[in-house]
Design a protein around this ligand. Sequence first.
Ligand SMILES: Cc1cc2nc3c(=O)[nH]c(=O)nc-3n(C[C@H](O)[C@H](O)[C@H](O)COP(=O)(O)O)c2cc1C
Length: 174
Amino acid sequence: MSYLVISTSLNPESRSLLLAKEAHRLLSLKGKAELLDLRKARLPHFDGGKSAQSRAVKRVKEKIQKATTIIIAAPVYNYDVGAAAKNLIELTGDAFTDKTVGFMCAAGGKGSRMAFLGLAGSMLMDFRCLIIPDFVVADKGAFEGERIVEAFTNERLQLLVDKAVKLDGAGLPK
Ligand SMILES: Cc1cc2nc3c(=O)[nH]c(=O)nc-3n(C[C@H](O)[C@H](O)[C@H](O)COP(=O)(O)O)c2cc1C
């Protein structure tokens, strides 16, 4: 089993990165797990043409293709996931085909809990991703400095990881 956790926030003080790090730690106890921080990946903006052929995109695409299960951590901006997460999917597209995918979001409040649903739905319909329904959304209160202190958030994180492990990269029936 091979897990890839992708942190898509480009914020130097990202909270969703803290969720990604914890998911990576927990998944590492269960199998091969890698954490990909998009701040370091230097992906171009998708332009419908050559951008998708860049070396940075190829490197990221390869990691996605090798993984059976991918957890996407994202910030909530304007009631949706941040644009960098959408850009990642636009650039790497069908590398996600038949993957098992989970979502974790950092939000400012409690009003945007379903922010990732649009992207998740598109990945289900476009790439037949099996979306793990046990998502994590954490607001400011879940964190103290670099630590995740809210019991509910830690429980949700553990649940997401447990379900990812249980699904075993099964994917949807072909
Ligand atoms: C431009 C902008 C838009 C935001 N929009 C929302 C929003 O619609 N709903 C929400 O709950 N939080 C919103 N927030 C708060 C962020 O979700 C919060 O800061 C979160 O920690 C971002 O994730 P990150 O720390 O991983 O970058 C917004 C923040 C910014 C800067």
